[in-house]
Design a protein. Structure first.
Lengths: 86, 167
C-alpha cells in the first residue's frame, strides 16, 4: 500500500537491541512499521527470508532498497543516512 | 435433563447495510504481527470478521475447525478477533485457522465498538467478544451479520457460506 512507511523494523518484544534501534528511529523522526516476531529463534523464518539470518533487529528500508541486521550496523546506517552529518 | 441456556442481553451491533467501525490492532499471521487497520484489509477485498471467545475456549476451537473444514479462507479474507495475546494467536495458528489472520484485542475495545462485549461470569475483570460474524465489503459495509444471543452459541455456517458466495 502506498501509505505504508518505507522502513520496516523486525523486532522482538523487550529486546534491548531492538529498542536501541527504535530510539534512533524516533530521534530522527522516521516513520516505521513494526513487525514483531517469535521469541524462538527457529520460528523466525520470515526474518531469515528477508535478511539471510534469524537475528533481530533487522530493518528493511525501501527508500534505499536495503535490508540490514545487527543493531550496531543499523544505528550506524541510520546516523549516516538520516542523521544529517555524513 | 432440561435447563435454560444463558441468554445474553440484546447487542447493539452493526447491522446489514451499516458501515462497520474501523479499528487498528496487532494482526497476527504465521510469521509475525504488526499493527493493521481493518480498513487496510477491506481495501484489498471483502473480509470475514470472526469474533470469538479467548483462544483455548472450546467455542473458539470449534468455530475454527469448522471454518477450516469449509475452507472459507480460500474464498474470502478470513480474520479472527479475540482478547488473546499475539503469542496465543500464534499458537492457535500453529494448530488451525489455516490461511486466516487474527486480531489481538486484549482490552476488548473493539468488542465495545461493535457492541458485542461479554463480561465473563466467574472471571472477574475479563470482558471478551461474544461470538459474532460480520462479512464486510471493500467499503466496510456489512453484508452479513450474526451475533450470539445465547452463551454458548454458534453461527449458522450455511448462511455465512451463502453470504460469502454472494459477496
Amino acid at each position: 500500500m502506498s501509505d505504508e512507511p518505507p522502513i520496516t523494523l523486525y523486532r522482538l518484544q523487550a529486546c534491548p537491541f531492538c529498542e536501541r534501534v527504535v530510539r534512533k528511529l524516533d530521534e530522527y523522526g522516521l516513520d516505521y512499521r513494526s513487525r514483531f516476531v517469535e521469541p524462538m529463534h527457529s520460528e523466525r523464518d520470515v526474518v531469515k527470508r528477508i535478511s539471510g539470518k534469524r537475528s533481530v533487529p533487522a530493518i528493511v528500508d525501501e527508500n534505499a532498497g536495503l535490508t540490514m541486521s545487527e543493531s550496531g550496523n543499523i544505528v550506524e546506517y541510520l546516523e549516516k543516512t538520516y542523521g544529517g552529518e555524513a | 435433563m432440561e435447563f435454560d441456556v444463558v441468554e445474553l442481553p440484546e447487542a447493539d451491533h452493526p447491522e446489514v447495510g451499516d458501515t462497520a467501525p474501523d479499528f487498528t490492532r496487532p494482526l497476527v499471521n504465521e510469521a509475525f504481527w504488526e499493527g493493521r487497520s481493518l480498513s487496510s484489509l477491506t481495501a484489498e477485498g471483502p473480509v470475514l470478521l470472526v469474533a470469538h471467545p479467548m483462544d483455548g475456549a472450546f467455542p473458539a476451537t470449534y468455530v475454527w475447525n469448522e471454518i477450516d473444514d469449509r475452507e472459507w479462507a480460500d474464498a474470502v479474507d478470513v480474520v479472527g478477533l479475540s482478547i488473546s495475546t499475539p503469542y496465543e494467536h500464534g499458537s492457535l495458528l500453529d494448530e488451525r485457522a489455516d490461511g486466516a489472520r487474527l486480531f489481538s484485542d486484549p482490552g476488548a475495545g473493539v468488542a465495545e465498538q461493535y457492541g458485542i462485549e461479554h463480561d465473563l461470569d466467574g472471571m472477574a475483570g475479563i470482558t471478551e467478544h461474544r461470538p459474532a460474524i460480520f462479512l464486510l465489503d471493500e467499503d466496510r459495509t456489512v453484508e452479513y451479520a450474526w451475533v450470539a444471543s445465547e452463551w454458548p452459541d454458534f453461527p449458522d455456517y450455511d448462511a455465512v457460506e451463502a453470504a460469502i458466495e454472494d459477496v
